[in-house]
Design a binder for this molecule. Structure first.
Ligand SMILES: Cc1ncc(COP(=O)(O)O)c(C=O)c1O
Length: 416
């Protein structure tokens, strides 16, 4: 039976997460399918930013490092991220960007390996991993001691490529373009059997797909704050270090915030005895405070209910696009099996860029990833089932009437 709008309204009525939508400011007339790129604004963020700027900064001035506890923001946020990724609170901390954190933890992992074997030189990733991950690893290989080498292997054969030469496996759990999920358990197990370490980029998982880092025995993880965690544009990122590595881990960006006693102002670096040793410099307090608002939304969220809704949203979206736009030339790039994809659906189409622009012009916001991918992200806290109907109505109209041919939709903007 083809889906109709009433079916979707009924799913919204039954949705146990439905009440969360009202906690977000989504502009009237907008259907927002880009929470995998930039999460929506939690209404409470407005009051929080006013409090931090006007009270804590404006009135409290420097005193707020102690009185408003700015100094412990990184650990406090980390403890709130921990339950979303199956970690203990003292294994997670928020700071810097995902790119910088990847560099720090990958370098730390290489250092661990170099202490036992000079032969393990391979950092293994996949071609087409998120560009910054590959770029940071290329940069690290150029600078690090011991001549590490970045090797990429396609996802399907990656697990078999892990061997005794592998120092570190670095993968994005949910692929940013296709939405395909890696088998975290199997890859981590295989890496450990071969003596390799594993660093997971959870940018497209955290807040959308339940992750159990300690159950799978992961060594390290990093991830973004501004996507499904709704931390705001440029929100700080996070790092996870498994407890067993915490007391010995050495990272290269050894700034004063990672020192055991920063305000002793000593000349010599001595790392903090805990997760703070992965910190570098001063916290971006306004951004971190906003991030906390996003995280507080997840306090009582059952991640398995969230995953269930996410799979159902993506499933219904694929069905609707295929029913309503059957000969439009869309090729499903995401896995068809819901268990194998994250909270996004990607289609390839040669006119992908123009189609996405035409949708955005009508208030249906997804994004485009070169060379031909239309990407739609479904943040289960605020996307409604009925939004799927509205979005696909517009898409069908754009395709049937070739509205994407309008030259204004071909103008490439800096951010796609
Ligand atoms: C998988 C992945 N890693 C990292 C990043 C971005 O890192 P940064 O916040 O350092 O720009 C993104 C951004 O979209 C991403 O998708």
């Amino acid at each position: 039976m083809p889906l109709n709008r009433d079916d979707l309204l009924e799913l919204d009525r039954q949705d146990p997460l439905a009440d969360h939508r009202d906690a977000f400011d989504i502009p009237e007339g907008v259907i927002y399918f880009d929470g995998n790129s930039l999460g929506a604004l939690p209404k409470a963020a407005k009051g929080r930013v006013r409090e931090v700027v006007e009270q804590q900064w404006g009135q409290g001035l420097i005193r707020s490092w102690n009185e408003a506890d700015w100094i412990n923001l990184p650990q406090r946020l980390g403890a709130k991220i921990a339950p979303l990724i199956g970690a203990q609170p003292h294994e997670v901390i928020s700071a810097d960007s995902t790119s910088v954190n990847l560099f720090k933890l990958a370098a730390a992992a290489l250092r661990i390996q170099q202490q036992t074997s000079r032969e393990r030189r391979v950092i293994l990733s996949e071609p087409g991993n998120f560009p910054t991950d590959l770029y940071m690893l290329q940069g690290l290989c150029d600078f690090a001691a011991g001549e590490p080498e970045l090797v990429t292997e396609p996802a399907d054969s990656l697990i078999d490529r892990i061997d005794e030469s592998t120092a570190l496996v670095v993968l994005t759990h949910v692929h940013y373009k296709s939405g395909r999920l890696h088998d975290m358990t199997a890859i981590t197990r295989r890496a450990h059997e071969c003596g390799a370490l594993v660093l997971w980029d959870l940018s497209h998982s955290t807040g959308a797909v339940p992750v159990e880092l300690n159950d799978v025995g992961a060594d390290f993880a990093i991830g973004c704050g501004y996507k499904y965690l709704n931390g705001g544009p440029g929100a700080p990122a996070f790092m996870f270090v498994a407890e067993r590595h915490l007391s010995t881990l050495q990272q290269p960006l050894s700034g004063w915030f990672g020192h055991e006693s920063p305000f002793d102002m000593r000349d010599d670096y001595a790392p903090a005895p805990d997760i703070r040793r992965v910190l570098t410099g001063t916290t971006s307090v306004v951004a971190a405070s906003l991030f906390e608002v996003g995280l507080d939304r997840f306090r009582d969220v059952d991640m398995f209910a969230l995953r269930k809704k996410s799979m159902s949203l993506t499933e219904h979206f694929i069905q609707l696009v295929e029913e309503r736009c059957p000969n439009a030339g869309f090729e499903l790039v995401s896995p068809r099996e819901p268990q194998q994809r994250g909270s996004q659906v990607s289609f390839a189409h040669p006119e992908g860029y123009a189609i996405v622009q035409a949708l955005i012009d009508r208030g249906v916001i997804g994004d485009y990833r070169s060379p031909d991918i239309l990407r739609f992200g479904f943040a289960p806290l605020y996307v409604q089932y009925v939004d799927l109907w509205g979005a696909v109505e517009h898409l069908a109209d754009i395709m049937c009437n070739r509205l994407w041919e309008n030259p204004q939709y071909r103008h490439r903007r800096q951010v796609t």
